[in-house]
Design a protein around this ligand. Structure first.
Ligand SMILES: Cc1cc2nc3c(=O)[nH]c(=O)nc-3n(C[C@H](O)[C@H](O)[C@H](O)COP(=O)(O)OP(=O)(O)OC[C@H]3O[C@@H](n4cnc5c(N)ncnc54)[C@H](O)[C@@H]3O)c2cc1C
Length: 470
C-alpha cells in the first residue's frame, strides 16, 4: 500500500471539484479523478437571470415551483442571486457563451418562466465549461492532479475524516492522508439500467460518506430525464429540453400530443411530470416520439449539434422523422447533507455538486440549475476551505480495505424496478428483501459493501417517504 500526504484532497474533477479546487487558493490541493464526468456531457446550459425582464427572484420562484416547494429557501436564494456573478466569473476565465450580437443568447427550457439558459457550442455547454476549468486547473500552481485513481473509502482519525483509500486502474492500493476531504464525485445514474449518466456516476462518494457516518438527505429523490434516445447504448444519448423549448412535440404511439391533457404547460411541464407521462405510456406498451421536424426558427442540425449527431449515429434524421425516446435516470437530488459552505456533520469532510444535498433542488431539479450549483457552491466552498486553513495532516485508520466492485446488471434492474420513475410500495419492499438476501449470501464481502448500503438507504427513504437519513 502506497501512502501519500496532502493538505486538501478533492475527490472528483467534474465542474464542482474543479471550481472548488480553483477557488481554494490558500490551500495545497490534490485533485483525485477516476475517469469521465457528467459535467462534460451537459448540453442545455447554465441558468442565470441575466435577460431583460428577468430577475433572481423569478428564477427562485421557478426553482421552488419545480422542486414542489421542498427546496431550502436559503440555498435557492444563494444560487439564484449568485448566478449572474457565476456566469461573469466563468466568462472571465474564458468560457465562450453564445451571444445574439451584444446580448446573451438565452434558451427557454421546461418549467422556466423566462428564457434564461446560457449555452455554448449549440448544445455542448458542459464541454466548453470543462475545457476552460481543466485548463485553469492545469495552470493553477496550488492544484496538483492525480488521475486514474478511484477512491474506495474514507479514513477516519481522532479528529474526524483524514483521508481516503484508493485504487489505481492497474489495481495498486493507496492511502492518501489529508487535512480536509471534499467529496465531488457526482451522481448515481450509472446504478440504473437506463441512464444518461457516464459510468463514473456510481454514487461512490455518497456511499463512502454514508458508511463513515455522514448524514445524508433526500436519498430517494432521483430525477428522470423524459427524452433520452431509445437506442441500445450506455449511457443513453440525451435530447436536450431546449428542443421542446424550440417547438419539438412529444407524441404518443398513435401520433397524438402526449402532454395535451397531462399538464397546463404541455410539453414544457416540469421534468418529473413529463418523465412520468413517458413512463406511463411505455408501461402501457406504446412507444413515445419526439417530433422535431417543425422547429419554430431553426433546425436540429444547426442549433442542437450534439443531439443531431447522436440521432445520425443511430440512423435517425431528426429534421425529417420523429425520434423514439425513453425516460432515463438523470440526476440525484439527494446526497450528503451540507450547509451553504459545503460542511457535513463529520469534521474535515465537505461535499459539493451532485454528490451534496444543499436543498437547492427540492423534490425535482429545475433544468440547468446543476452546473449553476457546481459553480456557486464550489466557489463558496473553496473560500471556506481557504479560511479554514491548513494544519498538519493527522493519521487514521480506514474503515475497510480498498476494493472496487462492478455494478451488476441485477442491481441496475432492481434500481429501475424499485427506484424508477414510478414508485410502488410492494416493489420497494421486495427490493429490500432481495438486497438483504444478497448481503447475507456469498460472496460474504458484499455484507459490508458501501454501494449496497447506499441502495438500501435509498429504498428505506423511498419506503418511509422521509427526506433525511442518518
Ligand atoms: C447527459 C447530461 C446532460 C446534462 N445537461 C445539463 C445541463 O444542460 N445543465 C445542467 O445544469 N446540468 C446538466 N446535467 C447535470 C450536470 O451535468 C451534473 O449534475 C453536474 O455536472 C455534476 O457535476 P459534479 O462535478 O458534481 O459531478 P461530475 O461532473 O459527474 O464529476 C464527478 C467526478 O468525480 C469522479 N469520480 C466519481 N467517483 C469517483 C471515485 N470513487 N474516486 C475518484 N473520483 C471519482 C468522476 O470521474 C468525475 O471526475 C446533465 C447531465 C447529463 C448526464
Amino acid at each position: 500500500m502506497t501512502a501519500i500526504d496532502t493538505d486538501l484532497l478533492v475527490l472528483g474533477a467534474g465542474a464542482a471539484g474543479l471550481v472548488t479546487a480553483l477557488a481554494a487558493t490558500g490551500r495545497r490541493v490534490c485533485l483525485l479523478n477516476a475517469a469521465d464526468s457528467a459535467s462534460e456531457l451537459a448540453q442545455g446550459g447554465i441558468a442565470a437571470a441575466v435577460g431583460a425582464g428577468d430577475s433572481p427572484r423569478l428564477h427562485a420562484i421557478d426553482t421552488h415551483a419545480a422542486g414542489h416547494g421542498l427546496n431550502d429557501d436559503g440555498a435557492v436564494r444563494f444560487a439564484c442571486e449568485g448566478a449572474p456573478d457565476a456566469v461573469a466569473w466563468l466568462e472571465a476565465l474564458g468560457v465562450r457563451f453564445a451571444r445574439d450580437g451584444e446580448a446573451w443568447s438565452l434558451h427557454l427550457e421546461a418549467a422556466h418562466s423566462r428564457a434564461r439558459v446560457l449555452h455554448a457550442g449549440g448544445d455542448a455547454t458542459g464541454a466548453e465549461v470543462m475545457r476552460v476549468l481543466r485548463r485553469r486547473a492545469a495552470e493553477a500552481l496550488h492544484v496538483e492532479r492525480l488521475s486514474g485513481l478511484r477512491a474506495t473509502g474514507l479514513v477516519r482519525g481522532d479528529d474526524g475524516v483524514c483521508g481516503v483509500t484508493a485504487l489505481s486502474v492497474d489495481g495498486r492500493s493507496f492511502t492518501i492522508h489529508a487535512r480536509d476531504v471534499v467529496i465531488a464525485t457526482g451522481g448515481i445514474g450509472a446504478l440504473y439500467s437506463r441512464t444518461t449518466n457516464p459510468e463514473c456516476a456510481r454514487g461512490d462518494g455518497v456511499a463512502m460518506a454514508l458508511a463513515a457516518g455522514a448524514r445524508c438527505a433526500g436519498l430517494a429523490s432521483v430525477q428522470f430525464h423524459p427524452t433520452a434516445l431509445d437506442v441500445p447504448a450506455r449511457p443513453l444519448p440525451l435530447l436536450t429540453e431546449a428542443l421542446r423549448g424550440a417547438g419539438a412535440r412529444l407524441l404518443d404511439e398513435g401520433g397524438a400530443p402526449l402532454m395535451r391533457s397531462a399538464h397546463p404547460l404541455g410539453d414544457l411541464a416540469p421534468r418529473d411530470v413529463v418523465a412520468r407521462e413517458v413512463h406511463r405510456a411505455q408501461c402501457a406498451g406504446g412507444s413515445v416520439w419526439l417530433d422535431a421536424t417543425d422547429l419554430r426558427t431553426t433546425d436540429v442540425a444547426r442549433s442542437f449539434p450534439s443531439a443531431y449527431r447522436a440521432c445520425r449515429q443511430f440512423g435517425i434524421d431528426p429534421d425529417r422523422e420523429p425520434i423514439r425516446i425513453t425516460c432515463a435516470a438523470h440526476y440525484h437530488m439527494g446526497g450528503i447533507a451540507v450547509d451553504l459552505d459545503g460542511r457535513t456533520n463529520l469534521p474535515h469532510l465537505w461535499a459539493v455538486g451532485e454528490a451534496a444535498h444543499t436543498g437547492l433542488h427540492g423534490a425535482n431539479r429545475l433544468a440547468s440549475n446543476s452546473l449553476l450549483e457546481a459553480v456557486v457552491f464550489g466557489r463558496r466552498l473553496g473560500r471556506a476551505l481557504t479560511q479554514a486553513g491548513s494544519a498538519p495532516v493527522a493519521s487514521g485508520t480506514a474503515a475497510d480495505g480498498p476494493r472496487d466492485e462492478e455494478v451488476s446488471p441485477e442491481l441496475r434492474d432492481l434500481m429501475w424496478t424499485c427506484l424508477g420513475p414510478a414508485r410502488d410500495p410492494a416493489a420497494i419492499a421486495s427490493g429490500i428483501e432481495r438486497l438483504s438476501a444478497w448481503r447475507s449470501g456469498p460472496p460474504a464481502r458484499a455484507l459490508a459493501s458501501p454501494r449496497l448500503g447506499l441502495v438500501v438507504a435509498m429504498l428505506r427513504d423511498a419506503q418511509g417517504g422521509g427526506a433525511a437519513i442518518a
